[in-house]
Design a protein around this ligand. Structure first.
Ligand code: SF4
Length: 207
């Protein structure tokens, strides 16, 4: 029997995991973060535009792929791992989903990340993304370790900022398109951030 309530429930759950903004389909696979960024909207509410990104529990591979199918990946030009959390904390899942997305669809895949995955996992994880991920956008967020700590409260201390820079360098070697981004926030020296990004050999974006 047709159950409208259940259907709406499934659609709502799917919309939390996979949501469209503009020409991109975004995947929200965790609410966990390695950083606690001072400017992050999630500390006020887990809402982005009309999208409710608060996860009741972290989704499985099957749940994410089902959500992508419900939202229907048409009329988009990329699929992006980006929600209110750091996707690369769930590295194994990211790799599995990216592989399946590449098999099913032809869209480029982007990951928006805080750039701390190598510190979190204790190894260089970039080779695991090579060939699956087309673009990595790394939140550089500052031009020095002190400012980075003030803004992002990294649990890795001074290694947090150098770890982000190292991650950008390593990503540049294996991922076709790497972007360093910053939020235009009081205390952030945008010119110095731009110069640092360019010295790391990647493009720069203010978000
Ligand atoms: S890494 Fe991103 S999601 Fe996590 S606290 Fe910082 S801005 Fe928010």
């Amino acid at each position: 029997m047709y159950d409208d309530k259940n259907l709406k429930g499934r659609q709502k759950k799917a919309a939390t995991l996979a949501y469209k903004i503009g020409d991109s389909l975004y995947l929200n696979i965790t609410n966990r973060c390695s950083n606690t960024c001072i400017f992050c909207p999630k500390f006020n509410q887990y809402k982005l535009y009309s999208h409710d990104l608060l996860l009741e529990k972290e989704p499985s591979f099957e749940e994410v792929m089902a959500a992508v199918a419900v939202v229907e990946p048409t009329g988009i030009d990329e699929i992006v791992f980006c929600g209110f959390g750091e996707s690369l904390i769930r590295l194994e899942l990211v790799v599995r989903i990216a592989r399946e997305l590449k098999r099913r669809y032809s869209y480029p895949i982007r990951i928006n990340t805080d750039g701390q995955a190598n510190l979190v996992h204790g190894r260089n994880i970039v080779p695991e993304l090579a060939g699956l991920v087309d673009t990595i956008s790394v939140s550089l967020n500052a031009s020095d370790a002190e400012t980075y700590m003030q803004l992002c409260d990294t649990p890795f201390g001074d290694d947090g900022f150098s770890g982000v820079c190292d991650f950008i360098r390593l990503a540049k070697q294996q991922i076709p398109n790497v972007i360093a981004s910053v939020v235009d926030y009081p205390g952030v020296d945008l010119d110095a951030c731009r110069a640092l990004a360019l010295s790391l050999g990647v493009s720069f974006r203010v978000r």
